[in-house]
Design a binder for this molecule. Structure first.
Ligand code: ZN
Length: 246
């Protein structure tokens, strides 16, 4: 592919790259959070995680408690029925049988009641801890909210500048040949935000300004001729002869 004036297009591309790098810097700046906000977010996340854990444990215990309670109610109902039947019965043998069943129900009720006690105690402790954590979070919330609001404002302000620069950038990009632009963008994505590099000539030695590799004289020669797009043999970036060689 031959361009009529590739050198001019590369010069434009180099200027475009400066804009792209400024845009990258704004994006980075937007991502850079105040240490206070990072700290508050971490603290919040930590409290929320601990709270979720406690609530989960509380629900498990609550379930166990309900299961026990249901079984106690069931045993109590069965015991009551056996007691009623015992009263209706006149046979001594039956009386004894009922007595045994009633005893079995009572033993199970005692067992379940004993199991329930520590569950209730732990639930009570958990409820206190949950309350403490919720209080701590409620205390942190206004500080976190105001830090988040300040950050959102900061990001929005940067975004205004970003959009203005981006519009200008798109305007510049429109005058650059599409193929060259696409190639530049692909290289830039793969190569740390630098898609086009300058040839630096010093004491008869030519180097790629991006990766510093020494370029063979015939490669440098072709870049200076500006007949076609030449890429650095080492880093693959597009090479431009630079402003001094215009
Ligand atoms: Zn290079």
């Amino acid at each position: 592919m031959v361009f009529v004036n590739i050198a001019g297009a590369l010069a434009d591309l180099y200027t475009l790259q400066e804009h792209d790098q400024e845009l990258d810097k704004i994006k980075e700046e937007q991502e850079r959070l105040e240490p206070e906000l990072v700290e508050a977010r971490e603290k919040w996340a930590d409290l929320a995680a601990r709270l979720a854990q406690l609530k989960e444990r509380y629900l498990t215990l609550q379930h166990e408690y309900k299961q026990n309670d249901l079984e106690i109610q069931d045993m109590a109902a069965k015991r009551k029925k056996a007691e009623e039947e015992q009263m209706q019965s006149s046979s001594v043998r039956e009386q004894t049988q009922y007595e045994n069943r009633i005893q079995q129900f009572s033993t199970r009720i005692d067992e379940l009641t004993e199991l329930t006690m520590p569950i209730l105690e732990e639930m009570e402790r958990l409820a206190e801890q949950i309350k403490e954590l919720e209080d701590e979070m409620a205390q942190l919330k206004p500080e976190l909210d105001s830090l988040e609001a300040a950050n959102a404002e900061r990001v929005a302000k940067l975004e205004d500048g970003y959009q203005a620069k981006l519009a200008k950038r798109e305007q510049m990009a429109a005058s650059i040949p599409k193929n060259l632009l696409r190639e530049y963008q692909a290289i830039r994505r793969a190569r740390k935000g630098v898609g086009v590099a300058i040839v630096v000539a010093k004491a008869g030695v030519y180097r790629c300004s991006a990766c510093s590799v020494q370029l063979p004289p015939h490669v440098a020669q072709r870049v200076y001729q500006g007949q076609q797009a030449i890429r650095c043999s080492s880093c693959g970036r597009l090479l431009w002869k630079g402003p001094e060689q215009q």
